[in-house]
Design a protein around this ligand. Sequence first.
Ligand SMILES: [Zn+2]
Length: 143
Amino acid sequence: MSFRERLYRFMQGRYGKDDLSNFCVWTGLALYVISLFFFRYPITQYIIYLFSTAFLAISIFRTLSKNHLKRQIENQRYLRLKNKLSAFFRLQKDKFKERKTHAFRRCPHCKAVMRLPRRRGKHGVNCPACRRHFKVFIWFGKK
Ligand SMILES: [Zn+2]
């Protein structure tokens, strides 16, 4: 049996790569590189190195795992968290970029974020997501 055949047999029924495993590989490699900069602090270096190894081990374990359902659930959780985080940072970026022209307010009913023209004072707003009416107060901006 050739090496390729043996590898193919070995990988049969195994889960393989996904986003979470990719994340673990890159985090593990990044931590390994970071650990190299801590050569003056051997204990810190060792701890970072251990984390690096753990991330790489998790990635290998997940790739070779035969429990597909469990791995898929983990991956979905990871993707949900990643989407939440990137939405949060995108919002912070927009808030900062448009801080002079727009105010961002959360709907008290459905928690959707609204982007409103920045006009000082109290305004009545209809939420575009849940259609309910509520009042917002904008502290500074053009009158
Ligand atoms: Zn709403």
